[in-house]
Design a protein around this ligand. Structure first.
Ligand SMILES: C[S@@+](CC[C@H](N)C(=O)[O-])C[C@H]1O[C@@H](n2cnc3c(N)ncnc32)[C@H](O)[C@@H]1O
Length: 283
């Protein structure tokens, strides 16, 4: 490989670098999720431990954070390197959680959860409407009535013609990771955007450069609202942004780019008439 070139990899096969890059917000996200549960979630069962589920839990940074905050946590992912890393983090911190290999479009776990969450645009890995809906239906089945699903994703601006780029630099125990993520303009017709992440990992005088490319499904505010409305178990009860300030909600029709939606499972399903009305309003 030419000097300075990037090795093509799946960056989720490098959980350590991923974990270092995303560590910064973990405490704020954990605090925010617990607060969303307190404000919008179901009443705790007397003496019972709150239960949280994280689809696509990755390196387990939030699994550990919520377990540390006293929740009973289940996480799952498709990438075994990520799951192994998450298990070793739990062991190192003497925390307990259940971790499984499973797909976001088709999962079922024993018992019901108070909170399900999926942050940092991971929802956009569901590449078509059928997968996104199948996922929401699995989440609805997993939640207690009144339970909440917190979904954070970056909305697309289809009028934008240029790529956007973000850069993060983070260090842990002598490893320095620079992450540059570039997103090409969202395509309204295909509902896809091309994403490229480049990692530069520096440790002990050695430098590794990797690159990962993938597609994300795109949403603007209307498209996301339409998807949620197609799953009658859910209502949207709050909107926040990536600052994770529980006491600073945005108005529900705010369409700015970084959105964290709080969806609540209705205590009672919609009546057949109301379902019919919603379906005809959508078409
Ligand atoms: C951006 S990471 C998010 C990890 C974690 N939720 C967090 O907040 O740090 C995305 C994760 O989604 C996983 N993933 C992608 N598609 C998936 C699917 N269909 N089912 C389960 N996991 C999936 C990847 O393996 C990766 O670990």
């Amino acid at each position: 490989m030419a000097r300075g070139a990037h090795l093509q990899v799946d960056w989720y096969d490098e959980p350590h670098a991923y974990d270092i890059v995303f560590a910064e917000d973990t405490r704020a996200e954990g605090r925010f999720l617990v607060e969303m549960l307190r404000v919008h979630g179901p009443k705790p069962k007397r003496g019972g431990q709150r239960r949280a589920l994280e689809p696509a839990c990755g390196s387990g940074r939030l699994v550990c954070e919520l377990a540390r905050r006293g929740l009973s946590v289940v996480g799952f992912d498709l990438n075994d390197a990520m799951l192994d890393y998450a298990r070793s983090k739990l062991r190192a911190r003497k925390l307990r959680a259940r971790l499984e290999h499973a797909d976001m479009t088709n999962f079922r776990f024993e018992g019901r959860f108070d909170l399900v969450h999926c942050l940092v645009s991971t929802f956009k890995y569901l590449l078509d409407e059928a997968s996104a809906r199948a996922h929401l239906e699995c989440v609805a089945r997993a939640l207690r009535p009144g339970g909440i699903y917190v979904v954070g994703l970056h909305l697309s601006d289809y009028s934008r013609a240029t790529a956007s780029q973000e850069r993060w630099i983070a260090r842990r125990n002598g490893t320095l990771v620079t992450c540059v993520t570039r997103v090409e303009p969202a395509q309204r017709k295909s509902r896809l955007e091309r994403v490229r992440t480049r990692l530069t990992i520096e440790r002990g005088g050695k430098i590794a450069r990797t690159e990962t490319r993938w597609n994300f499904r795109t949403y603007d505010a209307r498209q996301f609202a339409r998807l949620v409305a197609s799953v009658p178990e859910f209502e949207c009860v709050a909107l926040h942004d990536f600052h994770y300030e529980a006491d600073v909600p945005r108005s529900l029709d705010d369409a700015r780019a970084d959105c964290v939606y709080v969806l609540r499972k209705r205590a009672r399903a919609l009546s057949p008439e109301r379902r019919l009305f919603r379906a005809s309003a959508r078409s």
